[in-house]
Design a protein. Structure first.
Length: 105
């Protein structure tokens, strides 16, 4: 089976350009043909089809603001580097609720 990789879903390089400007065919081993597409491929396809912004994989085409990068570094150093609990982070939940009340008052 031949599969064409897509430059639109390839992660960008550090300067924001796509790694592969031209789609390259990929030869998939026959033993893998029984596996279907991943959820990431399905979500990317749906995002393109509906003109939506795909937030599923995190391939931004721009560098993040310095304050966001610094906050991420601080969080990692402070040990806050795990997925949040299913019910969220209590302090963040409260902050979002307060902001929502303020914005909708």
């Amino acid at each position: 089976m031949m599969v064409s990789s897509s430059a639109s879903t390839a992660p960008p390089t550090h300067d924001g350009s796509a790694r592969n400007a031209t789609p390259q065919p990929v030869q998939v081993a026959r033993r893998l043909e029984k596996f279907k597409t991943t959820i990431f491929t399905q979500m990317s396809t749906l995002a393109i089809k509906h003109g939506a912004i795909n937030l599923g994989q995190g391939f931004p085409n721009f560098d993040g603001p310095e304050f966001v990068k610094e906050a991420a570094i601080r969080a990692i150093r402070d040990g806050n580097n795990q997925y949040a609990r299913g019910c969220g982070i209590p302090d963040l939940n409260s902050a979002v609720a307060e902001r929502f009340k303020k914005d909708t008052a």
